[in-house]
Each structure stands twice: as structure tokens, then as C-alpha cells.
Design a protein around this ligand. Structure first.
Ligand code: FES
Length: 117
């Protein structure tokens, strides 16, 4: 029998406000938080917004989130049977759900296109 684990995931935008939704995910020993989020998106709610690129290489740094109150990479954070609370980075501007604006200010397109003096 497959064990299930509960992820409490923050959803929403700054405009609509945020809420926490709980998802039960089949647990596999060694799975990452990102594995669970991808399972949710594929099997429970395709509208869940997450950002990632390299999946398990810890190279892109795009999957930064807060897991149980700690800033971490979702692809390297291991899930346990106790489940996890997954939130967007609190120090960054929320885009939607777990996606935040992680670009440094000087890399924003508006900064690049700003008139030069
Ligand atoms: S998905 Fe690339 S570092 Fe996590």
C-alpha cells in the first residue's frame, strides 16, 4: 500500500490574496518537495504555479521556496512522511502561488531598457 503525505501549499497572488491548500501525494522514499509539487500539478491541480528548470541538478536556483519556514530549493529538499508546508519566498514579490520575482533588480527588463544618462 502506498503511503500518502500531505503538502500544505500557499496559493494565490498579491492581488487576490493567498490561501493554503492541502494536497495528499503518494510518498516515495527519497522524493523531493519538487517531485511532490510536480505530482500535484500532473494529477491534482494543473494550475499550480511553480518555477523550476534543472529538476535535480541544483544548478538553476529557480525552485527557491520556503519549506517548513526555511528557504531552500524544492528540488533538493527531501520530503518525509510528516509532510511539508510550502510557501513562496517571503522576501520577494509574489507572482502567483510559489512563483516569486527572483531576478535581481538590475536584471529586470525595465532596468535594462531605462534611458542612460
Ligand atoms: S530546479 Fe534547478 S535548482 Fe532546483
Amino acid at each position: 500500500m502506498t503511503s500518502m503525505v500531505t503538502l500544505s501549499v500557499t496559493r494565490g497572488t498579491q492581488a487576490t490574496g493567498t490561501r493554503v491548500e492541502a494536497f495528499n501525494v503518494p510518498f516515495t522514499e527519497g522524493m523531493s518537495v519538487l517531485d511532490a509539487l510536480l505530482w500535484i500539478r500532473a494529477n491534482a491541480d494543473p494550475t499550480l504555479a511553480i518555477r523550476y528548470s534543472c529538476i535535480n541538478a541544483n544548478a538553476c536556483k529557480e525552485c527557491s521556496v520556503m519549506v517548513n519556514g526555511e528557504v531552500t530549493y524544492a528540488c533538493t529538499a527531501r520530503l518525509s512522511l510528516q509532510g511539508a508546508k510550502v510557501e513562496p519566498l517571503e522576501s520577494k514579490t509574489l507572482v502567483r502561488d510559489l512563483v516569486t520575482d527572483i531576478l535581481p533588480a538590475k536584471e529586470h527588463l525595465s532596468a535594462v531598457l531605462a534611458p542612460r544618462r
